[in-house]
Write a protein of this length. Sequence first.
Length: 198
Amino acid sequence: MGKVTTGATMSLDGYLAGPEESGFDLLFQWYGNGDVEIPSASPDVPPLRISAASAALVKPEWDNTGALLVGRHLYDMTKAWGGRHPMNVTTVVLTHRRPDDRPDDENFVFVTDGIEAAVAKAKELAGDKNVAVNGGEMARQCLEAGLLDEVGVELVPVVLGSGKTLFGNLAAAPVQFDGPTVVVEGTGVTHLRYRVKK
């Protein structure tokens, strides 16, 4: 059975997006500052070109991910990544109302029954591999429901001043984690991994 993980690229002051969905150009510079290419399955997202140190961590994580879980906001904001997520796995979208023009298929599955049902569906699709949870709201809901196993932070040297945090308005704070279990210094990014205390 795989793990349920979440992660985000984060500014030094703790934001994964700046005001009004800004700052991504600064947060994601590390996606293109290296020599190792990681292919993208999305027609709208170019391949990553990251440092060898980052690739040695990120590529195995991508390879061991069997499904992705996102919220409707991220799905809409990215325009569904052009039809396929860059990680080349089925994406479960938690939403209050599924899109009228989009049936479930090998690219996207829509769940309207809450975070537990969405994680269960993602686990079913992932099989023995991990489920990656993407987006601060989905991460918060998973953490509050006791469904999260690991947290990854890609810490970048920028200060955004304000914006969205990884876990948003967490109801049951403070929460402590074990670790960091992994610390990798890439180019323009420090990768940190933590275990959720159960």
